[in-house]
Ligand binder design. Structure first.
Ligand code: DX5
Ligand code: ZN
Length: 217
């Protein structure tokens, strides 16, 4: 059964607590938090203070997506803020093995994300060390963008790289809706990140429930 991780980037920040708790009670498995630095991606969002605030209003697993350069400088801060998982970008890190090991030494789950233009085989070496590979299905930086169709194939390629017996999540992020959820699960995704289609749907619990009940199609 796949997991659903609503992305708070699309929440109403004037009532973030309400939106997070609606998602929590509405059946979200994880809460996805998008950290952007204005360098790795052309947008700035939030840092450890926001992670800590979300951590105080929900007990859900906090899936923190770091779209930042030099993530090594901030891993400990995010761990202290209450992150359960830290995902760094393949394209942003030089010594990926070291960064992933640091995340695990902090006691957190470690993920590696790849942008739509990064060949999927680039995760081949690191896949033995991570808990999750995140396949970006839009260009990282903004919520509400159009889903990139090649992502189905890319999810299948990443899934096929996972060695037998290893438990590695395959997460898809960007443009996920109730319409493409079934096809994404069929392609190999087992964690669906959804921002706009959950928080801007007008009915957060119902949107989550539809994403949860998507069947491979
Ligand atoms: C984009 C972020 C996504 C974003 C997805 O760079 O990583 O997590 O919130 O938003 P939607 O679901 O609106 O495409
Ligand atoms: Zn994200």
């Amino acid at each position: 059964m796949h997991l659903v991780a609503p992305s708070v980037l699309a929440a109403d920040f004037t009532k973030l607590k309400d939106d997070v708790q609606l998602a929590d009670r509405g059946g979200a498995d994880w809460i996805h938090i998008d950290v952007m630095d204005g360098h790795f991606v052309p947008n700035i969002t939030f840092g450890p203070v926001l992670v800590s605030a979300v951590n105080r209003v929900t007990d859900k697993f906090l899936d923190v997506h770091l779209m930042i350069e030099n993530p090594d400088f901030f891993l400990e801060d995010f761990a202290k803020a209450g992150a359960d998982s830290l995902t760094v970008h393949y394209e942003a890190v030089v010594h990926l093995n070291r960064t992933v090991n640091t995340i695990k030494e902090l006691g957190l789950k470690a993920g590696v994300a790849i942008n739509p233009s990064t060949p999927t085989e680039m995760v081949k070496e690191i896949i033995n060390d991570v808990d999750m590979i995140l396949v970006m299905s839009v260009n990282a930086g903004f919520g509400g963008q159009k889903f990139i169709e090649s992502s189905y194939r890319r999810l299948s390629e990443v899934k096929a790289l996972i060695p037998k017996g290893r438990d590695v999540h395959v997460e898809v992020d960007g443009g996920v809706t109730t319409d493409n959820a079934g096809k994404l699960v069929k392609a190999g995704a087992d964690v669906l990140v959804a921002g706009t289609s959950v928080f801007k749907s007008g009915d957060i619990p119902s949107a989550i429930s539809k994403l949860k009940s998507a069947r491979p199609a």
